[in-house]
Design a protein around this ligand. Structure first.
Ligand SMILES: NC(=O)c1ccc[n+]([C@@H]2O[C@H](COP(=O)([O-])OP(=O)(O)OC[C@H]3O[C@@H](n4cnc5c(N)ncnc54)[C@H](O)[C@@H]3O)[C@@H](O)[C@H]2O)c1
Length: 402
């Protein structure tokens, strides 16, 4: 392991890491390139490493394009100023002077563990090692290090430079110092940070599950088609994208895999059960926009299905999905995954929900939310619809979240 004296001493006002302000980013895919862009724009000397030369070349080209656009819009002084802060490299040994390394490589626990073990042999004693994983346990990544207290989850959203939210995920092994320094650094990058427990899906990817799952279930029951469900959620609910448009955008293959992973990680809790409709779309290669076909047809000139704009049906769809989302948010609070403020911030800043779900629940009335869930629970007899114990407790005590 490298001695402490080798840390590059280069304090920056925007960085929370104090003396060690060189930022390493491992993986130059869409997330890694975005994170490197943020760090370099904040004035950090940034080292972007990928094993694959082509990935590095692509990152270079796309970063150049993005920065040029930002320069034209006057959002940055000059492309060169930011670009000159980034070193593109294929060698992880170039991380030796970094104060923090943020890993954004393939989502595979065995590979991530191996990488973290090798990183420790390169970086200094007090370098923070962070993972941008969306679904893996930070504790298991940290367990591959001899100093697991320096490991933390720092979860950016896609596209990283544009999405304000970053989830900070200390593992059970993470030290207070690592947690505080990481949060201060990312806050300094003008991001909105929320603190979350190291449980599957963290806040956003856990609480958002019913947005997809309940929409698919409504479709499977024949209540409404894709276009009608999307219309209800956008026009009546104020969501920026309907669930099917969003799944087509994310990619059905990616979204299905996340759902399957979260379902397994929650020991097969029926609330997170994946859908056959999505599985079949994925198996058919109907991934969405990227494959030209998903729930919708993206071929040029394709005729798009029109929604049934029946107000009663629309409200029924919106209410059903919204109640399930609120229940998920309440349960996350019940299980101390995060504070109520952070749960609401995460959904508004990470996935652009029109309101925080707990604030929305107050507005609707907690007794109304509980009644809707109990009606569904009685009708279906499925654990999927069981109201959170916290919701029951709050209604009983006549309380609100805010
Ligand atoms: N894409 C998203 O929407 C999103 C959002 C949040 C978090 N994440 C997480 O971020 C991480 C990266 O996701 P992505 O979408 O940018 O992936 P990606 O496939 O676009 O990029 C991954 C890059 O890592 C490189 N790589 C793989 N193994 C490597 C190794 N051992 N050393 C160096 N480089 C290596 C690959 O060459 C590739 O360029 C994953 O953990 C993912 O779960 C993704």
């Amino acid at each position: 392991m490298k001695a402490e004296k080798n840390i590059n001493i280069n304090p920056l006002p925007s960085g929370g890491l104090g003396r060690a302000s060189i930022v390493g980013v491992l993986g130059a895919g869409s997330m890694g390139a975005g994170i490197a862009q943020i760090a370099a724009s904040q004035g950090h000397q940034t080292i972007l490493v990928d094993l694959n030369a082509e990935a590095l070349e692509n990152a270079k080209t796309s970063l150049n394009k993005v920065l040029k656009r930002l320069e034209e819009k006057g959002r940055i002084d000059s492309v060169e100023k930011v670009f000159n802060n980034i070193t593109f490299s294929q060698k992880i040994t170039d991380f030796s002077d970094c104060g923090i390394v943020i890993e954004a490589i393939i989502e595979n626990i065995d590979i991530k563990q191996k990488v973290f073990t090798s990183l420790e042999d390169i970086v200094s004693e007090d370098c923070i090692l962070a993972s941008n994983t969306s679904s893996l346990s930070i504790a298991s990544i940290a367990s591959s290090c001899s100093k697991p207290e320096r490991v933390i989850g720092i979860h950016f959203f896609n596209p990283a430079p544009l999405m304000p939210l970053v989830e900070i995920i200390p593992a059970v092994q993470t030290s207070e110092e690592t947690k505080n320094s990481s949060r201060t650094l990312i806050d300094g990058w003008k991001k909105v940070t929320v603190l979350t427990k190291d449980t599957p899906g963290f806040i956003v990817n856990r609480v958002a599950r019913p947005f997809y799952g309940e929409a698919l279930r409504i479709y499977e029951e024949g209540v409404a088609d894709f276009a009608t469900i999307d219309w209800a959620m956008t026009e009546l609910g104020g969501f920026r994208m309907g669930p099917f448009t969003l799944m087509d955008y994310i990619g059905n293959d990616v979204n299905y895999t996340v759902t399957e992973t979260v379902f397994a990680a929650f020991y097969y809790d029926p609330r997170y059960k994946p859908s056959f409709t999505q599985k079949r779309h994925s198996e058919a290669g109907w991934f969405g926009r990227k494959s030209g076909r998903g729930y919708y047809n993206y071929a040029e000139g394709a005729i798009q299905p029109q929604p049934n704009k029946d107000a009663v049906l629309g409200k029924q769809i919106l209410d059903r999905i919204l109640m399930m989302l609120i229940n998920e948010a309440v349960d996350a609070l019940f299980l101390n995954i995060a504070t109520k403020e952070d749960i609401d911030l995460a959904m508004t800043k990470g996935v652009n929900y029109p309101k925080g779900l707990l604030a929305w629940a107050d507005e609707i009335g907690l007794n109304n939310v509980l009644n809707s869930l109990e009606t569904m629970f009685a009708e279906y007899g499925e654990d999927r619809y069981r109201p959170s114990p916290l919701l029951r407790r709050m209604v009983k005590d006549n309380k609100t979240f805010y």
